[in-house]
Design a protein around this ligand. Structure first.
Ligand SMILES: Cc1ncc(COP(=O)(O)O)c(C=O)c1O
Length: 417
């Protein structure tokens, strides 16, 4: 079976618009740690994927999954110690006020549930996100995921704040909090009350901007003053990705009302959740039964627990800080004209690619991503202008892996310049 004929078969069953990475799609057959292998036996360094958070096919995660699958897998309407143990350990990583969890299967479901809780408990409808956000694929969540939803389909209960652009316009926190206040005031003028602000705490799809100190606490104050709740989307930023903290909101000194999570939580197994306060859970569930057939079943709980244990035992947050600093130092030392800015922390980096006049260069960015793949390193691209290299490897990335990434990127940047 050639890759081309598999591609045709895929088009025939999944359609031509089902997204695929790369000009020449990549057919992966095996993964291990930070490495993946294609059908032709070529090995790639994975510097992109955050779902295999503790590494592809981590033996402890695979063992936990197989062991529990061979014992019992049902759902959360039966009493089970595995599930309670996991929920306790997960919640112990949060501020003490965030002490309740709903377990779901995807980040989209988690954001959908968080929106329901916010709207139900405040009695308000308005939601604010950024103007280049992705929060998921359900009907309500896609309305606030402006990156893929045209303005005409966003409805009357959604407002946006502009994406921060620190490379071109560095402003203090008050400036951006003022933009949020304008959106709240705009709602008020049309008679809509604020239910929630929903932000990714890393603004990942938006291009990983450096967020000024005081911004997130200022957001929380403005939102609470307007009678709304703060939803922190930790689908990309959570589980220690930034090394210094387990959660992105902790890194920004803010305690949200609701926290949504997914992707890395099950290392590839569909496990996600919403963490909130006892009061909000009580207010919502006393009026609405919430049940999720697959969310938080015994196998998912065993897998999630193994992920937390590996993060702790292999000291992967510390690793993210050490290796991450090495990567940042290396990239900041590059002397390529097309680099406009390098930023990031822990295991998450953004490199802005610009043309000679400093404008975003999407075409060159795309060439770099494809060329990196030809050279055996997987990365991607993000941002409103599609000109930001997105580098976000599994947390087990080592200094040696980092050196391969750095030397390959250096070579490719020289080639495209
Ligand atoms: C920040 C953020 N939130 C939510 C989601 C949706 O998660 P899922 O694809 O698991 O539904 C994504 C997915 O890319 C995301 O990046």
């Amino acid at each position: 079976m050639t890759t081309q004929s598999l591609l045709e078969r895929r088009f025939n069953v999944l359609g031509r618009h089902s997204p695929l990475f790369y000009e020449k799609p990549l057919q992966l057959v095996r993964g291990e740690g930070v490495w993946v292998h294609d059908i032709d036996g070529k090995r790639y360094l994975d510097a992109y994927n955050n779902v295999p958070h503790v590494g592809h096919c981590h033996p402890r995660v695979v063992e936990a999954l197989c062991r529990q699958a061979g014992i019992l897998n049902s759902h959360t309407r039966y009493l089970d110690e595995t599930v309670v143990n996991y929920a306790e350990q997960l919640l112990s990583t949060f501020h003490p006020s965030l002490n309740r969890v709903f377990l779901t299967c995807t980040g989209s479901e988690s954001n959908e549930l968080a929106l329901r809780i916010a709207r139900e408990t405040t009695g308000h409808m308005g939601v604010i996100s950024t103007d280049f956000a992705y929060h998921g694929n359900t009907a309500a969540v896609s309305q606030i995921s402006s990156v893929f939803t045209p303005a005409s389909k966003r409805g009357p209960f959604v407002r946006y704040v502009p994406v921060m652009d620190p490379h071109r316009q560095r402003k203090p926190a008050e400036f951006y909090i003022g933009q949020l206040q304008e959106a709240i005031d705009d709602f008020a003028r049309s008679g809509v009350k604020l239910a929630a602000v929903l932000f990714c705490t890393a603004f990942s799809s938006e291009g990983l901007p450096d967020v000024p100190a005081g911004y997130f606490p200022g957001v929380a104050a403005a939102v609470h003053a307007a009678g709304g709740l703060v939803i922190a989307d930790e689908v990309q930023a959570g589980f220690g990705r930034f090394g210094s903290h387990m959660w992105g909101h902790d890194r920004h000194g803010m305690v949200p009302d609701l926290v949504t999570m997914g992707k890395p939580m099950g290392n590839g197994h569909p496990l996600a959740g919403v963490v909130t306060t006892a009061a909000l859970m009580e207010a919502f569930t006393s009026q609405n039964m919430y049940f999720n057939t697959f969310g938080g079943n015994e196998v998912s709980a065993a897998v999630g627990h193994a992920v937390l244990n590996v993060l702790r035992d292999e000291q992967l947050l510390e690793n993210a800080l050490t290796v991450g600093s090495h990567v940042l130092r290396g990239m900041r030392g590059f002397r390529h004209e097309c680099i406009g800015d390098v930023r990031g922390q822990g295991m998450f980096f953004a490199v802005e690619i610009v043309s000679a006049d400093g404008k975003p260069d999407a075409a060159k960015t795309k060439r770099i991503v494809n060329s990196m793949r030809e050279h055996g390193v997987l990365i991607s691209r993000i941002g409103p202008h599609d000109n930001i290299l997105k580098i976000r490897p599994p947390m087990v990335f080592t200094k040696d892996n980092a050196d391969v990434l750095l030397s390959t990127l250096d070579t490719v940047l020289s080639e495209v310049s």
